[in-house]
Design a protein around this ligand. Structure first.
Ligand code: ADP
Ligand code: MG
Length: 477
């Protein structure tokens, strides 16, 4: 014990400065513009190794900045003048693939003419085939669909130099092992392989053993500090359960809440109860087609919907950075699932870590499950009675933002800047009244302050975006 030598003080400013990485000045300048002033811990641990060309197995929790770590690496390996697929990123779901594509586009803003193509299941084949004919530098997609394209010969990987398996744990969960193998077999042997994962279940080593060469391992198993997520349990009877959600919302007034139910039926019932009480709530369920699912997620991420209600399966792969509360409407029988659910609140906000609430509603019958959760999490649950919940103010909880849908997207060459310009320069709204602008293929979603929403809808419909008339509708709050 007494032989412990005090560690040298960590010079945080140096260790996390992007400037020490072998990245060209225009990339560094863009990072600064994006507000990436310092590397996150996983970036600081993995980027020096990855940029030196090593294969990597990297593990860090959701929201820790893994995407930028592999995107900066694959961009560094890329020769923009060579018009062929040089990097492939495999993701478990289309949402995650879309998120990776968006982050990649942001990080590559300084590269002219970088073509990124997203290839996921569920979308029709024909446009994908057409896009592939035009070629791309980077392909991001789900294993099944990538495999389809390889089989059809519509995608060639002979120029590939970087392969990324993102969210490897979830891909395994979803049974993609064989599909991944099939895809990897068609990649050139000489390549850099980067495997990223939020957790490190056993299957990962098997995956790694088959696809990764002399990898460097980077693991940051920081479990969220208990102070970051404040957990509180409430005992309920079955009659009280759904009603209790409204009590929690009125008492704590979280702007964005993710409510987990164990079944789809419970999700549907809860949304009905919440709406009847005047809350804005949307259900995320597996039967939604992808455009509807996109829309639900955008509306929630825009803070124009207060509550997103989902089962664990439907919520898989969701990445929402600003979440004030998670409510476990039912207690899950699986303690790891509980940890996963509550880990979504209190994420890194732009200003650092913010506290989040995790509320759990438990009936007498569920006390055994609570016991398992306590044991797994090594904590003693704190309880409060429902009667302690009082409405903090007489006013209904309403979302601060509304979402406008512009019928037209990338296909119509609409860009976020055009929409922001139309709202601020042409119509005179303040930039602070405009939130996220999400340009999809066929539609564009714009978050605006609730108080200007109707006016913005009217004026956008009457005016022009990028010199063109557009159709705009205000989605229900
Ligand atoms: P993960 O894949 O680990 O779950 P993401 O890559 O999605 O996490 O990153 C989470 C959020 O953090 C994203 O919104 C991303 O833009 C942001 N981010 C990543 N790196 C940095 C950084 N160095 N500085 C500031 N924000 C960052
Ligand atoms: Mg990720």
């Amino acid at each position: 014990m007494n032989s412990t030598i005090p560690a040298p003080p960590v010079r945080a400013a140096e260790k996390t400065d992007f400037g020490q990485l072998p990245l060209p000045p225009h990339v560094l300048a863009n990072l600064e513009q994006l507000g990436y002033t310092a590397m996150t811990p996983i970036q600081a641990a993995s980027l020096p190794l990855a940029l030196a060309g090593h294969d990597l197995i990297a593990q860090a929790k959701t929201g820790s900045g893994k995407t930028a770590a592999f995107c900066l690496t694959l961009l560094a390996n890329l020769n923009i003048r060579r018009f062929a697929v040089q990097a492939l990123v495999l993701c478990p779901t289309r949402e995650l693939a879309d998120q990776v594509t968006q982050e990649l586009r942001r990080l590559a803003r300084a590269e002219d003419n970088l073509k990124v193509l997203t290839l996921c299941g569920g979308a029709t084949m024909r446009p994908q085939l057409a896009s592939l004919e035009h070629g791309a530098h980077v392909v991001v997609g789900t294993p099944g669909r990538i495999m389809d394209h390889l089989e059809r010969g519509s995608l060639q990987l002979d120029a590939l130099n970087t392969l990324v398996l993102d969210e490897a744990d979830r891909m395994l969960d979803m049974g993609f092992f064989d599909d991944i193998s099939t895809v990897v077999k068609q990649c050139p042997k000489v390549r850099q392989t980067l495997l990223f994962s939020a957790t490190y279940p056993e299957g990962i080593s098997k995956l790694a053993a088959s696809f990764v060469r002399e990898p460097k391992e980077v693991k940051l198993s920081e479990t969220p500090a208990p102070t970051q997520i404040r957990q509180l349990f409430f005992e309920v009877t079955e009659d009280q359960r759904l009603h209790a959600v409204g009590l929690l919302l009125n008492h704590y007034r979280p702007v964005s809440t993710l409510a987990f139910c164990n079944t789809k039926v419970q999700c549907r019932d809860l949304v009905e109860v919440l709406r009847a009480q005047g809350f804005s709530a949307l259900e995320l369920h597996g039967d939604l087609d992808q455009r509807d699912r996109d829309q639900v997620l955008v509306r929630f991420a825009n803070r124009s919907t207060s509550v997103l209600v989902a089962t664990d399966i439907a919520a898989r792969g969701l990445d929402i950075t600003q979440l004030e509360a998670v409510i476990n409407v039912d207690i899950t029988p699986d303690a790891a699932t509980h940890t996963h659910r509550i880990g979504r609140t209190g994420r890194m906000g732009k200003e650092g870590t913010e506290d989040g609430w995790a509320f759990s509603l438990a009936s007498v019958d569920e006390m055994g499950r609570v016991g398992l959760i306590e044991k797994a999490g090594n904590f003693t649950s704190a309880w409060a009675p429902l009667s302690s919940l009082t409405a903090a103010s007489g006013e209904a909880l309403t979302p601060p933002m509304r979402t406008l849908q512009i019928l037209g997207g990338r296909k119509e060459k609409i860009r976020a800047g055009d929409v922001l310009g139309a709202l601020t320069k042409d119509l005179g709204f303040a930039a602070a009244q405009v939130g996220k602008i999400n340009v999809n293929e066929f539609s564009t979603y714009v978050a605006v302050s609730a108080d200007i929403a109707s006016q913005a809808e009217r004026q956008l419909n009457a005016g022009r975006v990028k010199g063109k008339n557009v159709r705009v509708r205000l989605l229900d709050s």
